[in-house]
Write a protein that binds this ligand. Structure first.
Ligand code: NI
Length: 185
């Protein structure tokens, strides 16, 4: 079971290292890691379990964050239609994206960052993605809204990129053209 003490925090070199492609069939160890990452998210969103184990709530978790350099991450969240998206993406890629960008008005957070970092993190508003499931099945998906944002945040982790790398240093709340805000605060 993944606990907060297993999640590495900013400053750890693994968060700045590009993760490596996973080979199929998945090793028992890789599959366990995939299951554990998704389970962490599910547990962290369950008020009783989260309180019992002191888990910070999350919608996404990348392997880098548990100190493993494998190209996989878990997502567990609802889309704007209330549809549950819950999966582990192995060797994920963005195959196409909108020109339009989006950003969470209250900024992004990360389980590996124990502080609020103010500023807008611009992401593609809509993306088409491909990835492998843990069973070696290829998936293609169109994402928008929060799932699109979360997918890009996690994919960044696999490339050693932190969300705040994308905040404009001089003008953290810069308003870019051709962008739509997500959420309100
Ligand atoms: Ni993160």
């Amino acid at each position: 079971m993944i606990l907060m003490e297993h999640i590495i925090r900013e400053g750890h070199p693994t968060l700045r290292t590009r993760a490596e492609e996973v080979t199929f069939p998945l090793s028992a160890e890789d599959r366990q890691l995939a299951d554990d990452m998704l389970q962490y998210l599910i547990n962290s969103q369950d008020p009783e379990i989260a309180e019992k184990y002191n888990l910070r709530g999350g919608i996404g978790l990348a392997a880098n964050q548990v100190n493993s350099l494998k190209r996989m991450f878990a997502l567990h969240l609802e889309d704007e239609n209330g549809e549950l998206l819950s999966f582990v993406a192995v060797n994920p890629k963005i195959v196409s994206h909108s020109v339009e960008q989006t950003y969470i008005t209250s900024g992004e957070g990360c389980l590996s960052v124990d502080r609020a970092v103010p500023g807008y993190v611009y992401r593609y508003a809509r993306i088409t993605v491909k990835f492998m499931t843990v069973d070696g099945e290829e998936k293609k998906m169109r994402l928008s809204g929060l799932p699109a944002i979360a997918f890009q945040h996690e994919l960044d982790h696999l490339n050693g990129v932190m969300f705040y790398d994308r905040i404009d240093e001089k003008d953290p709340f810069i308003q870019l053209e051709n962008s739509i805000p997500f959420g309100r605060d």
